[in-house]
Design a protein around this ligand. Structure first.
Ligand code: XMP
Length: 509
């Protein structure tokens, strides 16, 4: 088992970011809720206590027995984690006079301590807290301060236990990564040998052991996660893996053929299924977005079930599930709200009764991309923007017809190709075009036209939970708008969506 850092989550929005930063240091880590601590095995080299939206002063706020680790393993408390330690051992935590949020500078910084080694005097850090540590317990020593926060960092004397009031995991803490490196490498003594190649070798060995000579079926979407998962399984068991790639008629222009070709180049054993008509028939006349999603989900299950029946003796279902989907997020309302239940419902399609294998369920998206690159999966798949499962169906507002799909595919193609050709594609997290259910007046030559309106959307995001619209250059937008109106029959107006999420969402429906 690889060395690891255990991150105990008190519900902060930044907990996953801490984990990603630790992994960027080539150190494996896992997030567990503060109230479901796993067994402390020898491979755990240190513990990070996360922040929280709660206050340690609130009754019933998240708590844990720190004595079980103190002095035995290095501990780093971040924000709430540090306040919890201070309060538990006799210090005083009070509401800040002003809510401290945003940039601050460590004007006092004692770099003799391992945690702060090689950090610069005055370095910028990111604060986000409503409470402040007014008094430290005995034996706790202040090792960094800002002009307004005296206890910005502390150490418990004689132990590798530290607390910091700021967030080293966000990029606004300019030397935050340095601090985390000091903690995991200097203090926890991790050897930084957790790389994509190590992951790949371990994962292939584990898959071989688990699956043996059994057969696996897996649905591919053209996206990064399912493609990387399938490639790993294929490396482990070869053609005992059968992949199914369904053309639901809602993919981007030429996407079905291009992705199928890439899969074949990767040596995957893929069955391509043209099910366009089944999807269009099921969607006919449906305008409600949730009803569209349900219809698409149902037909996909039918098609996939048909295909999996053609594989005699198949026992496993491969899935591209990634770590954020499996981390149990801590509910700030208390542990009971987070309990999940699994029911084995009768009447499921046969493929859903298969055992599930999910080789990427410990990786974040950036880790999946790195593994994909190490597996030499083409950049056109690894660097691809996310694309929703229901595809263009939720970007055509109103009912779906093959003609509308065709129009939107042409518009989307011009936009996406334009982003690629101008070098903007990789600066955007997700982009696409939306076909609006209205027409607008225009003139073409001497004629008055009454045609469709399309919206373009390009957002920056980390995980899709929040997103900002991207300030694409006016020249680029002007050029793309011209191309769309000149080349796509039936469209005479282009608008650009300048809404952020929240309060808007990325998709329009
Ligand atoms: P929203 O619109 O909720 O989208 O801001 C966040 C992310 O989720 C994707 N999305 C979906 N993905 N099935 C999917 O597989 C869906 O029904 C669906 N709806 C939204 C969206 O493209 C964005 O990446």
């Amino acid at each position: 088992m690889a060395e690891q850092i255990l991150i105990l989550d008190f519900g902060s929005q930044y907990t996953q970011l801490i984990a990603r930063r630790v992994r960027e240091l080539n150190v494996y880590c896992e997030i567990h809720p503060f109230n479901k601590i796993p067994e402390i095995t020898p491979d755990i080299k240190g513990i990070i206590l996360s922040g929280s939206p709660c206050s340690v002063r609130d009754e019933g706020s998240p708590d844990l027995d720190l004595d079980q680790f103190r002095g035995k393993l290095p501990i780093l408390g971040v924000c709430y984690g540090s306040q919890l330690m201070a309060q538990k051992y006799g210090g005083e935590v009070l509401p800040s006079e002003i809510r401290e949020y945003g940039r601050a500078n460590l004007t006092h910084l004692d770099t003799h301590y391992d945690l702060l080694k090689e950090m610069t005097h005055g370095t910028q850090v990111w604060m986000s807290h409503g409470d402040t540590i007014r008094e430290l317990p005995e034996g706790f020593k202040v090792i960094a301060s800002t002009p307004s926060v005296r206890v910005a960092a502390f150490k418990i004397e004689g132990e590798d236990t530290y607390g910091i009031q700021f967030h080293p995991e966000v990029t606004h803490s300019t030397e935050g990564k340095n601090l985390l490196r000091n903690f995991v490498v200097q203090i926890c003594d991790c050897s930084q040998d957790w790389t994509s190649d190590v992951f790949i070798d371990a994962s292939i060995a584990e898959l071989k052991e688990k699956i043996g000579n059994d057969k696996v079926v897996m649905g591919l979407s053209g996206g990064v996660d399912s493609s990387v998962a399938a490639t790993l399984i294929h490396r482990a068991i070869g053609n005992n893996l059968t992949c199914v790639f369904v053309d639901n008629g809602l993919l981007r222009k030429n996407e079905y053929q291009e992705v199928l070709d890439s899969y074949q180049h990767l040596g995957l054993n893929v069955i391509g299924v043209d099910a366009k008509k089944r999807f269009y028939d099921a969607l006919a006349g449906i305008s409600d977005p949730e009803a569209k999603r349900k219809a698409i989900g149902r037909v996909f299950i039918e098609v996939f079930d048909d295909e999996s029946h053609k594989i005699p003796g198949v026992k496993w279902l491969g899935q591209g599930t990634i770590y954020p989907d499996v981390i149990e997020s801590v509910s700030v309302n208390g542990p009971s709200a987070t309990i999940k239940s699994h029911h084995n419902v009768g009447g499921l399609p046969d493929f859903m009764k298969l055992q599930v294998v999910e080789p990427l369920n410990t990786l974040f998206k950036d880790g999946v991309r790195e593994v994909g690159r190490a597996l030499e999966i083409p950049e056109s798949i690894v660097g691809r923007h996310p694309f929703p499962g229901p595809g263009l169906a939720i970007r055509i507002l109103g009912d779906i017809t093959p003609e509308k799909v065709h129009t939107l595919q042409e518009v989307d193609h011009i936009f996406i190709q334009g982003l690629k050709e101008s070098g903007l594609y990789d600066e955007v997290w997700q982009a696409g075009a939306i076909l609006l259910p209205i027409q607008s007046v225009g003139v073409m030559g001497d004629e008055r036209t009454y045609e469709r309106v399309v919206a373009l959307r390009a957002v920056g995001s980390v995980d899709g939970m929040t997103a900002d619209w991207i300030h694409l250059p006016y020249e680029f937008l002007g050029k793309i708008s011209n191309e769309i109106i000149n080349r796509v029959k039936g469209v005479n107006r282009v608008v650009y969506d300048i809404s952020s999420k929240p309060p808007a969402t990325i998709e329009w429906e």
